[in-house]
Design a protein around this ligand. Sequence first.
Ligand code: URA
Length: 410
Amino acid sequence: MHIPTLIERKRDGGVLSDEEIHAVIAAFTRGDMPEYQMSSLAMAIFFRGMTPEETAALTDAMLHSGTMLAWNEHDPMRVDKHSTGGIGDKTSLVLAPLLACDGVWVPMISGRGLGITGGTLDKLESIPGFRTQLNEVEIHNVIDQVGCVMVGQTAGICPADKKLYALRDVTGTVPSIPLITASIMSKKLAEGLNRLVLDVKYGSGAFMKTEEQAHQLAQSMVTVGRALGVRSSVRLSAMNEPTGESAGNALEVAECVRCLKGEGPQDLEDIVLDLASAVAVSPRVDLQEMLRRGDAWVKFQQMVELQGGNVEALEKITSVHRAPFIAELKAPASGMLTRMDAGGLGYVILELGAGRSKAADPVDFAVGCDQIAKTGTHVHAGDVLLRVHARTKRTLDHALDVLPQHIEII
Ligand code: URA
């Protein structure tokens, strides 16, 4: 295999064979293909794209660059969801325990937030003691006992993706549909799933800005899922306002506790039930009953305990992580709330310290926004539109200064 020839072929719009793609990924994972060649190939893919067959081969090669979770023949069906991420997107924390109540297993491998979108691992790590880095034996142990586990990528899973994602992040090659598809799907398929639901978001607070782009990504991921033997379905959803009423790590855990007890908020519960019913055995109405009865709340507490988390802290998580400065932003006039821009709020929340600009940055669990009003509601002058939780007076004042430009009342 002569790597410069393959790069040139892709650069000129040609197609790489299954064998060539597997050989490239194997060489890159072993360290036999230098990063400058992989960066160049990633850029060629960015401009020229890949056929569905090439994308499936790339996903398969990345999947087999490491280990997969192994299951026994008589184990329950394994299901999961992947969300392309958004502001206040906390659905995983409710969905995984809810699905476990339905008798399926959810071996959920999640990521950290990067940029304005939050990450499931960061939210979970706001629970004191909660361990997201489990080895494969520990993962099986938690699943066996509870039916769901929520962890980060282990060292053995998809090492090719780990290396390639780090490279894409610094070479301008993240927003490529075949590269995103292979990256996401290889990690999800490494869970050894039977069914997968994809929550693909578009809008100001999402990775994909338009519905058309989201549709293309969804199509690409479903095609790869089908080619590699996992039944995959999609829910496309707008991310123009935050999901639920809070955004920020511990604030979102508090909201999930409410939702797990069947106390809403409605939009969060709706998304969870839509996604869960795409991969569950039971119909939506039964899942709703399980949620409202508090079954998922019991499962969640069991999972938290087995993963080392302090269950007592869950119901007082906003006191465990209490930001020193909390202030309300009030409606300046009465009218219909027509805009609570997710992208704008996402940047404010990132600047408050809830997210990261670089992968190694620490996150502040306490900061963010809560009591976020929903668009389409009528507000009166002086009503609370949201509350800001800040670490310093300076970051609080800055947030209160810029937030009004992302909100519209008419
Ligand atoms: N998330 C991933 O895991 N990979 C991508 O390429 C983009 C988002």
